[in-house]
Design a protein around this ligand. Structure first.
Ligand code: 13P
Length: 254
């Protein structure tokens, strides 16, 4: 059996946070125990306006900083957009691409997400590619079909585990307090692992981190993070408070 990937606990702050929120980041950074630092990677993805300040504040700590989206192009006449190069320049090391909120509200297709993942690589960022079914798709029994198609369309074929993370976020579990059963999470994560084998080949398959996201809280973190093929979490609401985020990450030290 190959060695398990190093876990990643990532916070997606979405459209939350003003400059004083750097205190939350400092609280997270100072709350990381030596044991946790040893066992898992921590990442905070604030809004783009805070990436630079957060990256400065996190320097030397166990916490890395990421963006929440990027444009596929490096530069150009794209008013309001931010390139992967700009995020890297501001101190980001990761970028989330294809979050369901981007797919839904900005009509991003798998092809768009694929292009953004390539942009992340070009800029030296790790791409966190998000996939996940809607409630209607789950009720129609289409979870595996939907997630496989998203993966095949969104993950660049020659990605390595060093530049790619996949996040499974069932849309109906985001911000709702609902979570799939551990059996359902295990089934989808096993499917993702198998699909990654087909897309990337056997050498990378087992090394890519597959995160679970959707209503992860300190109270359910141990249960969710112990599911086979769950290599960490992508946390929304509970990443906005240092104690909650650290409480989730402490699943790796308990
Ligand atoms: P919640 O943890 O608030 O459900 O959000 C999950 C998410 O969308 C993270 O990207």
């Amino acid at each position: 059996m190959s060695e398990r990937p190093r876990p990643l606990v990532a916070g997606n702050w979405k459209m939350n946070g003003l400059r004083p929120s750097v205190d939350v980041l400092r609280g997270i950074a100072s709350g990381v125990s030596a044991e946790l630092r040893d066992r898992a990677d921590l990442l905070v993805c604030p809004p783009a306006t805070l990436v630079h300040e957060f990256a400065d504040a996190a320097r030397g700590s166990a916490v890395k900083i990421g963006g929440q989206d990027c444009h596929a192009k490096g530069a150009g006449a794209y008013t309001g957009d931010i390139s992967a190069e700009m995020l890297a320049d501001a101190g980001a090391q990761f970028v989330i691409v294809g979050h369901s909120e981007r797919r839904q509200y900005h009509h991003e297709s798998d092809a768009d997400v694929h292009a953004k993942a390539l942009a992340a690589r070009r800029a030296g960022l790790v791409a966190i590619v998000c996939v996940g079914e809607t409630r209607e798709e789950r009720e129609a029994g289409k979870v595996l079909e939907v997630v496989s198609a998203q993966l095949r369309g969104s993950v660049p074929k020659d990605s390595t585990a060093a530049e790619l993370v996949v996040a499974y976020e069932p849309v109906w579990a985001i911000g709702t307090g609902l979570t799939p059963t551990v059996g359902d999470v295990a089934e989808v994560h096993a499917l993702i692992r198998a699909e990654l084998g087909k897309i990337l080949g056997p050498a990378e398959q087992n090394q890519v981190r597959i995160l679970y996201g959707g209503s992860v809280k300190p109270a359910n973190a141990v249960e969710l993070l112990r599911v086979p093929d769950v290599d960490g979490a992508l946390v929304g609401g509970a990443s906005l408070a240092a104690a909650d985020f650290l409480g989730i990450a402490s699943a790796y030290t308990s």
